[in-house]
Write a protein that binds this ligand. Structure first.
Ligand SMILES: CC(C)(COP(=O)(O)OP(=O)(O)OC[C@H]1O[C@@H](n2cnc3c(N)ncnc32)[C@H](O)[C@@H]1OP(=O)(O)O)[C@@H](O)C(=O)NCCC(=O)NCCS
Length: 196
C-alpha cells in the first residue's frame, strides 16, 4: 500500500466511529501485538503465524521494509482496531498472486470496517498489477466467508485439518480466490475501469 502514499493517512467514518487509516510502521509493533492479544484464537488461526508474538510482528515489519508485504492499520484513537495485509512473493512462481489477510476487532465488527479494509487492499493489489488474489480462513468463519463472497471471491480449495489451535484441535481451511485480471478486463469492456 506504499503505492498510494497520497491516500494515507486518512480519516473515515464507520457508523459514527472515527477511524484513522495509515500504513503500518515498525513503531506500531507493540500496538499490533496488543490488538492481536485481544482477539480470540479462532480469529487468528487463518494466519500462517501467531501474531500475538512480538517476534512474529517484528518479522512482519521486516517484510514491509523489503516490499514483500503492505499493511494498513485502522485505529480508533490510539488503539488498533483493524488490520489489512497484502502479501506477495516476487521471487516465487506466483509473483502475480497476492494474499489478503484482514482482521477487525470484535468490538468494531459489523459497521463496515472489514469491507473497507478489503476494498483498500484490493485497490492496492490492482495498482501493483496483481492478477489474482487469495484469502484463506477457517471454515467456521461464516462472516468472513460472506464478506469475501460479496466482494467477488469464490471458493477454490479446502484444506482439511490444516491448522491446529493451542488446545490441539485441528481446523479446516478454505481458500477463496478472486480473478482480478478478468474482472478488470470486464470493467474496461463496460467502460468502468476508472472506478479503480
Ligand atoms: C471478516 C471480518 C474482517 C469482517 O469484518 P467486519 O468489519 O465485521 O465486516 P463488515 O462490517 O464490513 O461487513 C461486511 C459485510 O459482511 C456481512 N457480514 C459480516 N459478518 C457476517 C456474518 N457473520 N454473517 C453474514 N454476513 C456477515 C455484513 O452484513 C456486511 O454486508 P453488508 O455491507 O451488505 O451489510 C471479521 O469478521 C474478522 O476479523 N474475522 C476474523 C478474521 C478472519 O477470519 N479474517 C478473514 C481471513 S482473511
Amino acid at each position: 500500500m506504499t503505492d498510494n502514499p497520497h491516500v494515507y493517512p486518512r480519516r473515515v467514518d464507520c457508523a459514527g466511529v472515527p477511524i484513522d487509516l495509515a500504513m503500518m510502521r515498525p513503531q506500531d509493533d507493540a500496538k499490533v501485538v496488543a490488538f492481536a492479544r485481544e482477539l480470540p484464537e479462532k480469529d487468528l488461526l487463518f494466519m500462517r503465524r501467531d501474531i500475538r508474538q512480538p517476534k512474529v510482528v517484528a518479522a512482519w515489519t521486516d517484510l514491509i521494509a523489503q516490499g514483500r508485504l503492505a499493511s494498513l492499520l485502522a485505529r480508533n484513537g490510539d488503539d488498533v482496531v483493524g488490520c489489512a495485509a497484502l502479501i506477495v512473493d516476487p521471487l516465487s512462481w506466483s509473483p502475480h498472486v497476492g494474499e489478503l489477510r484482514i482482521v477487525v476487532s470484535p468490538k468494531m465488527r459489523g459497521v463496515g470496517l472489514g469491507r473497507l479494509l478489503i476494498e483498500e487492499a484490493f485497490i492496492i493489489a490492482l495498482s501493483r498489477g496483481l492478477e489474482k488474489l487469495v484469502a484463506q480462513m477457517t471454515v467456521d468463519q461464516q462472516g468472513a466467508i460472506a464478506v469475501f463472497e460479496q466482494l467477488g471471491f469464490r471458493g477454490e480449495a479446502l484444506m482439511r485439518d490444516h491448522v491446529k489451535g493451542a488446545d490441539g484441535r485441528k481446523h479446516d481451511i478454505v481458500l477463496l480466490s478472486h480473478d482480478v485480471a478478468r474482472v478488470q478486463s470486464q470493467m474496461e469492456a463496460y467502460g468502468l475501469a476508472d472506478v479503480f
